[in-house]
Design a protein around this ligand. Structure first.
Ligand SMILES: *Cc1c(COP(=O)(O)O)cnc(C)c1O
Length: 369
């Protein structure tokens, strides 16, 4: 049997009755689109964050796209983010016609170097998208300070940080708005695609509700453009309602897996994840680092372990972004990381014996290098 970085089947067996009940509840409700499950999930997800509004959307990428548009980002604006992220962060900026501007990341925790933000601001800068990568938050005091000084909007990319805390505050409560993904692998995952934007601002929330519904306020009448069809699915919303009640338990499960790795891989020479000051990490991905990454991954295959790299290519070096004025060499830490990092299996239902097999195999492979 092959071990992968993520697998939901064990969790499904544990939660199957509740998931099937969620599906049945929606199918019997008579409301398949933007019905009571979406509204209730929005209320509950907003309440979890202590925020006034949550607007459910179809996926995390569109949570970012609509979030940027709702905050007033326009074609021609610049938006500052990082290149060490999932490509959708940058695709979303591109999709609204804005230009992504990259700052490098920190050597210790792979998060945005906020000390570089001020120099990245120009007259065209409209927003900052800090990415709470791998499960822990960017230094938000620094982001907020630069944004405040230059009149910029802040859209947190929380796709990897459900339940993470920064100096006690939940990810998604520190910017003007926050975009979440409920892609199945995420800390709060649906059984398909889903996303949401959380905000305290009424105007931003009503912009989002219009943007996800063809630019309409009432049925069939477009009041503004752009307009999308980006609704959160009713079935996914009902499943997410059930799973939201367990979010803190999922996070605790991930922390348990992380602690076992930290103990089991101590002294191997692998660089293990570091908690930045003030951060409660939720370990969306368990990223380790070693200069011989490619050989390690290759050899682990003979142990039946198929690992992943999050992410193998910095966004600014991909041909799809060749229109941006970045070349290899521009973001040295981001580029070096892409060659040295890899991810170990991480999900709350990971069985201890499976994890121990991974730890043993990694120890052996690294010792034999
Ligand atoms: C998953 C992810 C997204 C995109 O979410 P989708 O639901 O897959 O569209 C955006 N940003 C980051 C950092 C992600 O990890």
């Amino acid at each position: 049997m092959t071990t992968y970085v993520w697998d939901y089947l064990r969790e499904y067996e544990e939660e199957r009755e509740e998931i099937l009940d969620a599906v049945d509840t929606v199918f019997r409700s008579g409301r398949l689109v933007l019905g009571p499950s979406v509204s209730r999930f929005e209320e509950e997800f907003a309440a979890y964050h202590g925020r006034a509004h949550c607007v459910g959307v179809d996926n995390g990428t569109n949570a970012l796209v609509l979030g940027l548009q709702a905050l007033g980002v326009q074609p021609g604006d610049e938006v500052i983010t990082v290149s060490n992220t999932a490509a959708p962060t940058v695709l979303a900026i591109d999709a609204v016609g804005a230009t992504p501007v990259f700052v490098d990341v920190r050597e210790e925790d792979y998060l945005m170097r906020t000390d570089l933000l001020a120099d990245a601001v120009t007259e065209r800068t409209r927003a900052i998208v800090p990415v709470h990568l791998y499960g822990q938050c960017v230094d938000m005091a620094a982001v907020t300070e630069v944004a405040g000084r230059h009149g910029l909007k802040v859209l947190e990319d929380c796709a990897q940080a459900h339940g993470a805390r920064h100096h006690g505050r939940l990810a998604g409560t520190m910017g003007d708005a926050a975009a979440f993904s409920f892609y199945p692998t995420k800390v709060l995952g649906a059984y398909g695609d889903g996303g949401a934007v959380v905000t305290e601002d009424e105007q931003t929330a009503s912009n989002l509700r219009r943007l996800r519904y063809y630019g309409m306020e009432d049925r069939y009448y477009v009041v503004s453009t752009p307009g999308h069809n980006s609704r959160l699915d009713e079935v996914q919303a009902e499943i997410l309602r059930r799973k939201l009640r367990r979010l803190d338990a999922y996070v605790e499960g991930r922390r348990r897996v992380a602690r076992r790795y930290a103990d089991g891989l101590d002294g191997t020479g692998l660089v293990l994840p570091a908690n930045a000051v003030g951060n409660d990490h939720v370990h969306y991905v368990y990223v380790v680092r070693h200069p011989e990454r490619d050989r390690i991954i290759e050899r682990l295959k003979s142990y039946g372990i198929e690992l992943n790299i999050s992410y193998p290519w910095p966004v600014h070096t991909m041909t799809g972004f060749a229109h941006l004025p970045y070349r290899t060499g521009d973001l040295p830490v981001t580029e070096r990381l892409a060659k040295e990092i890899f991810s170990l299996p991480m999900y709350p239902s990971l069985a201890q014996d499976v994890q121990d097999k991974v730890i043993e195999a990694v120890r052996t492979v690294v010792a034999e290098l």
